[in-house]
Design a protein around this ligand. Structure first.
Ligand code: SAH
Length: 346
C-alpha cells in the first residue's frame, strides 16, 4: 500500500496524529527528509533566560499562575540578563530567548533597554515570549530590536481556552498574534498537546490554522500536570501524539523552526531525541542563573533543565549537527565568561 502523506485534509491530519508503528516511522521519515533538504541536518540552538516568574494570570495549567504561593517570585536585573546574553553568544548560540510570566509590571522601558543593548553588543537573534502585553508595548520592543515573538495559542477550543485562561479569550490571543506579524515580528505559535478536554480534531485544525497564518516557527509541548495548579492529578499529554504533531507541522509548514522542547525529556529521557527524529530542528538551552530555575515553574517542580552539555549530547544522538562550541573549546580570552558559567549557570 502506498502511504498518502499529503496531509491536505483535516481527516488525513487527524489520522496521521494517531499513527503508530510503521505508519508513524514513515511519517517521521518524510518529516526528517523535508527538514534535512532545507536545513542540511542543522539544529539551531537558542539560549533562554527566564527573567521573571511574576504573572498576572491564573492559567489552570501553569505553575507560575498568580495564585500559586508555593514559589518565590523573582525578577532578574538588567545586567544579569545582559551577562547571560554575552555568555550565550560566546558559546556559539545564535539566538536568545527572553521568557517570563505575563508580568505587566516589568517596566517596558527596562525591556526596551535590555533588547537595545543586546542588539548593539551582539549579533544575537532576539526572541521574546512574554505573554499578552499592550499593543503599544509590543511596538516599542519591536522597534528596540526584537526579531521574533512566541505566542502559543495553547488550545483551539474556545470554551476550553476560556476555562483554562480565566479572563482571556482565544480570539484576543489570535488577534494579537496577527498584529505582531503585521508590525514586523517573525511569529511563532503552537499548542499544548493533551490538555484535559482537548480533541485530536482540534489539534488537526490547529495545525492547519498555523499554516494559514504563515508562522515562522511552531512549537508543541506535551501537557505536564503541575502539582500546584488546578490541573494537578490529570494525566500528562501523550508523547506519541506530540511527536506526530511535530512531524505533521514539519510536513505542512516546510521550512520553519520547530523546537524539540524540554518537556519531552520530562516524560521520557529520549524524548527530545525522538522530537528531532520527528522533524524538529531547534533546541533551547537554559541560561537562567541557577538560583532561580527552581522557581520558574511552568511545568513542574521536577523540571528537566537543558544544559549546553545535554544539548550537545542530544544533537549527537539524533545524528544532527549544530554551531555549538563545547565549553572546552572556548578561547582563553573568555575565561571570565567560563567563570560565570561555572558559578551561575546550570
Ligand atoms: N506567559 C507567557 C509564557 C508562558 S510559558 C505566555 O503566556 O505566552 C511558555 C509556554 O509554556 C506556554 O505558552 C505554554 O504553551 C507552555 N506551558 C505552560 N504550562 C504548561 C504545562 N503545564 N504543560 C505544558 N506546557 C505548558
Amino acid at each position: 500500500m502506498k502511504l498518502d502523506l499529503t496531509l491536505s485534509t483535516i481527516s488525513q491530519i487527524r489520522e496521521a496524529l494517531l499513527y503508530t508503528a510503521d505508519l508513524q516511522e514513515n511519517l517521521f521519515a518524510l518529516a526528517r527528509s523535508l527538514r534535512n533538504q532545507r536545513h542540511a541536518s542543522e539544529v539551531y540552538p537558542r539560549g533562554v533566560i527566564e527573567f521573571s516568574n511574576h504573572c498576572e494570570l491564573n492559567c489552570n495549567y501553569c505553575g507560575m499562575r498568580k495564585q500559586n504561593k508555593n514559589l518565590a517570585r523573582y525578577r532578574l536585573a538588567k545586567l544579569e540578563v545582559l551577562n547571560a546574553a554575552r555568555l550565550i553568544e560566546s558559546l556559539g548560540v545564535q539566538s536568545i530567548m527572553l521568557q517570563s510570566g505575563d508580568d505587566y509590571s516589568y517596566p517596558i522601558i527596562d525591556l526596551v533597554e535590555i533588547i537595545y543593548l543586546i542588539k548593539a553588543e551582539t549579533t544575537l537573534h532576539i526572541i521574546l515570549c512574554l505573554g499578552e502585553r499592550k499593543y503599544s508595548d509590543m511596538e516599542k520592543i519591536r522597534i528596540a530590536g526584537a526579531d521574533m515573538y512566541i505566542l502559543k495559542l495553547e488550545t483551539l477550543n474556545r470554551n476550553l481556552f476560556r476555562k483554562l485562561r480565566p479572563g482571556k479569550t482565544f480570539d484576543q490571543r489570535l488577534k494579537l498574534l496577527l498584529f505582531l506579524k503585521e508590525i514586523g515580528y517573525e511569529i511563532s505559535s503552537g499548542f499544548i498537546v493533551g490538555l484535559p478536554g482537548q480533541s485530536i480534531q482540534e489539534l488537526a485544525e490547529g495545525a492547519l490554522l498555523l499554516k494559514e497564518i504563515g508562522v515562522h516557527a511552531a512549537s508543541v509541548s506535551p501537557f505536564i500536570p503541575n502539582d500546584s495548579s488546578p490541573l494537578a492529578g490529570f494525566p500528562p499529554g501523550d508523547l506519541e501524539t506530540t511527536y506526530n504533531m511535530i512531524a505533521v507541522l514539519r510536513i505542512l509548514l516546510g521550512n520553519v523552526l520547530i523546537p524539540s522542547v524540554s518537556a519531552l525529556s520530562m516524560l521520557n529521557p529520549e524524548g527530545q531525541v525522538r522530537g528531532f527524529n520527528a522533524g524538529a530542528n531547534v533546541i533551547t538551552i537554559n541560561f537562567t542563573p541557577k538560583a532561580y530555575t527552581k522557581d520558574y515553574l511552568i511545568y513542574d517542580s521536577h523540571r528537566f533543565i537543558v544544559t549546553l552539555k545535554t544539548a550537545i549530547e542530544t544533537i549527537e544522538k539524533a545524528g544532527l549537527r549544530s554551531s555549538l562550541k563545547d565549553i572546552d573549546n572556548i578561547e582563553r580570552g573568555c575565561s571570565s565568561v567560563i567563570h560565570q558559567k561555572e558559578e551561575l549557570y546550570v
